[in-house]
Design a protein around this ligand. Structure first.
Ligand code: SAM
Ligand code: SF4
Length: 464
């Protein structure tokens, strides 16, 4: 079982937070921005909680801030380039305000070569901390304030779990609830295990406690998070613990819904699907990344399942829950992929009829096995394949949404969009908009689909 940050260590950090507040007062402004996945967003919510504890309030304009933090993502090169570009822009803020504190954290800085580059090329970055020491932010800021020096803390441990950190949630209706951190799968293209460490599950009771607090605080959606949620508890030596957890959260009384991501096809058992089907608060949506429709590529990716296994799970889920939506991640242009192999991916898309897909062009990541593989396909070809993929997905998504016409779906009303309509998501996680009063925001409403477009449904309130 993963080691937890001790109460003593937490108290030390809370004392540092008080000292920072005494040094800075209560009128300092922070601007924070998180890149990447929901796991990073969940970390960002604790970072903001700690900053609030140190007396910071938040601004949306970085030029008004006394403290700027970027919580970074390393999954693809373009995510990193965006961060480098934005850090470059901060130089002028520092020239105007030499007291400004600039801080970088998250997955990018956990890579040795990136860390070196930032230290050397961005001397105005004051604090850098990695993914395993987020809870020490008060101490890092205090050390920087009292020494005036740059502070770096990026240990490459396999990580510990910090419970009891303050949190400032991003959304008023939906709460992220991480259940595990890190990943053991070592897909050959992926940097996550290198920057986030081995998979470690949060204690079952800690998750349940937080779930109850979230419901009691009035949130309407709990999103359980992990790089591989369905291997939750394997590090305790227990199998199928994720199903048990889902059932127990489902049994918490209150009007709320449960979503979860990401599921790995190799760990997605039929019994988990049975659990989803029997839990009325678990939404009819399964995000199940397949990455490729070709068995040779799947094996080269080290995914531990084949196309037939993937289809077996999906077909079982559709049999049990005919209204379930399947979404996925897919990579185009893995090293050595041929056009014929890519066509297997297109065929799988047409066969499964995903509601939506996150599509990525392969991006070599230093330290991964795939980065060393021969990668003969040109960028131009990959872009052409990518467009073909987009087109195929658009067609199946349009087909899927047409089948929803005239049907009624329950949706959590999240807010008002740019066209002045209320919007929410159906159980299948498909956006729907409709006319209605502001007081409906934060409630569940039945909405009838009048005009299904490819990515959004146009509806009307349906009251009986
Ligand atoms: N743990 C999840 C899983 O295995 O499905 C997702 C983790 S990753 C943060 C999200 C997605 O990014 C992956 O599913 C994959 O499609 C994509 N991805 C990861 N590494 C990539 C790379 N080197 N190049 C392109 N896409 C990548
Ligand atoms: Fe990366 Fe694979 Fe782990 Fe997902 S399962 S985080 S893609 S190594």
């Amino acid at each position: 079982m993963a080691e937890k940050v001790s109460i003593n260590e937490l108290n030390i950090q809370f004392d540092y937070a008080t000292k920072v507040r005494e040094l800075l007062g209560n009128d300092k402004k922070a601007f924070t921005h998180t890149y990447g996945c929901q796991g990073n967003v969940a970390d960002g919510e604790h970072i903001n909680g700690l900053l609030q504890m140190m007396g910071y309030t938040f601004v949306t304009d970085p030029s008004k801030a006394d403290f700027i933090l970027f919580n970074t993502c390393a999954v693809r090169e373009n995510a990193e380039n965006r961060v480098f570009g934005n850090v470059g822009l901060l130089k002028k803020f520092k020239e105007i305000n030499s007291d400004l504190i600039i801080c970088l954290c998250g997955c990018m800085v956990q890579q040795e070569h990136v860390l070196k580059h930032i230290k050397k090329s961005y001397p105005y970055v004051d604090i850098i901390f990695g993914t395993h020491v987020l809870h020490t932010l008060p101490e890092l800021i205090y050390n920087h304030l009292t020494s005036g020096k740059r502070v770096f803390s990026t240990p490459s441990s396999d990580g510990i779990i910090a419970e009891g950190l303050p949190i400032k949630r991003t959304n008023k209706l939906k709460a992220f609830l991480p259940i595990s951190y890190g990943c053991n799968n070592f897909c050959t293209y992926c940097v996550v295990p290198l920057v986030r460490g081995r998979e470690r599950s949060r204690a079952y009771e800690d998750i349940l406690k937080e779930a109850k607090e979230i419901v009691a605080a009035g949130y309407k959606e709990i999103m359980l998070l992990g790089q591989n949620v369905n291997s939750y508890g394997n590090d305790f030596g227990e199998e199928n613990l994720f199903s048990k957890l889902l059932k127990e959260i489902n049994a918490i009384s209150g009007d709320f819904i449960i979503r979860f991501m990401t599921s790995h096809p190799k760990d997605c058992s039929k019994s988990l699907i049975d659990t989803i089907a029997e839990c009325e608060k678990v939404e009819r949506h399964l995000h199940l990344p397949f990455q490729s429709g070709n068995d040779r590529i799947l094996s080269a990716m080290n995914r531990h399942y084949d196309r037939a296994h993937y289809l077996e799970i999906v077909n079982y889920a559709k049999e049990k829950m005919p209204d379930i939506a399947i979404t996925s991640d897919v990579i185009v242009g893995f090293p050595g992929e041929t056009y014929e192999e890519f066509l297997d991916t297109i065929k799988l898309i047409r066969e499964v009829k995903f509601s939506s897909l996150y599509m990525f062009i392969f991006s070599p990541r230093e330290g991964t096995k795939a980065a060393l593989m021969k990668n003969p396909i040109s960028d131009k070809e990959k872009s052409a394949w990518f467009s073909e993929l987009q087109k195929a997905q658009e067609e199946v998504a349009y087909e899927r949404s047409q089948k929803m016409k005239g049907k009624v779906y329950r949706a959590l009303v999240e807010g008002r969009n740019k066209s002045g309509k209320l919007f929410g998501r159906t159980s299948q996680n498909i956006m729907i908009d409709f006319d209605g009063d502001d007081e409906l925001i934060g409630t569940f409403q039945n909405v009838k689909v009048e005009e299904p477009l490819t990515w959004i449904l146009k509806g009307t309130l349906f009251n009986i």
